[in-house]
Design a protein around this ligand. Structure first.
Ligand code: AFP
Length: 342
């Protein structure tokens, strides 16, 4: 391949806006509503980044939840991120309603029947990590309403994750990245933010998770609460066996976006299983597990509860929890074998 053709076939370096626009051009019947929604997510990503990057100054400007030197109340960063997303998504009239980790109930944005989409998000996941300057993130998913003749209700959100039209996350790490997919056909792409020009550029084109990894990611402090199969899998993954690449290394940030992002790029397994304290696991199905399951499957990975595919679960509640196991197909398969009694 000549350098000219390889340059032509790679889209690395295009902006997120161009990528979204090209996606719309590939669908002649598109109205632009979905495109506009994705663009508003990109805008929110820039706005939240600018706030997150100043988080370390909270004690200079006033601790969050207290008053700053100007005597103004300083809003908590997760509330700021939530407000920013609501404002951005409410602006164009395409998003009928949102469900957020920050709010008990669904928030209606537009009653107009032309608002055909609803969005789920966790505005700032891993927020307990803010004070210690560790990566945090925003998780989002977009669903199409089945019936948009009347105002949106909770029913519009209680759909299995396989119905997502798009999902992704924004990682506020050493740089800010948006990782986005509209499904396996379009692939999973990562865009890195250049703060000097205020744009996201395609930096990770067509992310594919390795078939097998070398690390496992789990809160091992929960060992006493784990079920027997989880303990057996945990002992197995730490055994010394060169032929199967064990022992695996352990990595755990405690910020789902950071742990899942590393697992997506490097392979391996992330698990937050059910335990004797949390029978349904800790993580939330609609705005944590489903968007990540959608991303991982589109990248060739797997996402299960340990026994069942995440994207098949039909939710009954907005803030429902689920056990979550994400990762390389071979690593998730082995976890499932242990759950079945290996
Ligand atoms: P916070 O938003 O309270 O920091 O919780 C983060 C989180 O929901 C998710 O991002 C992590 O994967 C998980 O909880 C960590 O939970 P443990 O602290 O129990 O390991």
């Amino acid at each position: 391949m000549t350098s000219e053709t390889s340059r032509e076939s790679s889209r690395v370096g295009i902006t997120l806006e161009t990528y979204i626009l090209e996606g719309m051009m590939g669908h002649p019947a598109a109205t632009g509503a979905f495109t506009s929604l994705l663009n508003q997510v990109a805008l929110a990503a820039k706005l939240i980044t600018s706030k997150v990057r100043r988080a370390g100054l909270a004690n200079v400007l006033g601790y969050t939840g207290q008053t700053n030197v100007q005597g103004e109340e300083v809003q908590k960063l997760d509330e700021v991120a939530n407000e920013t997303l609501i404002q951005a998504l409410g602006r164009r009239g395409h998003c009928a309603a949102i469900a957020s980790e920050e709010m008990e109930e669904v928030v209606l944005l537009h009653k107009d029947p032309r608002a055909r989409y609803v969005m789920v998000f966790d505005p700032l996941d891993g927020s307990s990590n803010i004070d210690v300057n560790i990566s945090i993130g925003t998780i989002f998913g977009i669903l199409r309403r089945h019936d948009h003749s009347g105002p949106a209700t909770e029913r519009d959100f209680l759909l299995p994750g396989k119905e997502l039209l798009a999902a992704g996350y924004i990682l506020y790490g050493s740089s800010t990245m948006v990782v986005l997919t509209t499904g396996a056909q379009s692939g999973v792409h990562g865009f890195t933010y250049d703060p000097t020009v205020g744009e996201f550029f395609l930096s990770h084109e067509n992310i594919r998770i390795p078939d097998k990894g070398k690390t496992y990611s789990i809160n091992e402090g929960n060992y006493p609460l784990w079920t027997e199969p989880v303990r057996r899998w945990n002992a197995w993954i730490k055994e010394d066996d060169k032929t199967t690449g064990r022992p695996y290394g352990q990595r755990y940030v405690g910020s789902l976006v950071a742990d899942a992002h590393r697992t997506l790029l490097k392979g391996g397994i992330f698990a937050y299983p059910a335990d004797t304290k949390s029978h349904d696991g800790k993580l939330r199905l609609l705005y944590e597990a489903n968007p990540f399951a959608f991303v991982f499957e589109a990248a060739g990975g797997k996402a299960t509860t340990g026994t069942d595919r995440i994207l098949d679960i039909v939710p009954t509640r907005l803030h429902q929890r689920t056990p979550l196991v994400l990762g390389s197909p071979r690593d998730v398969d082995i976890f499932e074998e242990f759950m079945r009694g290996r």
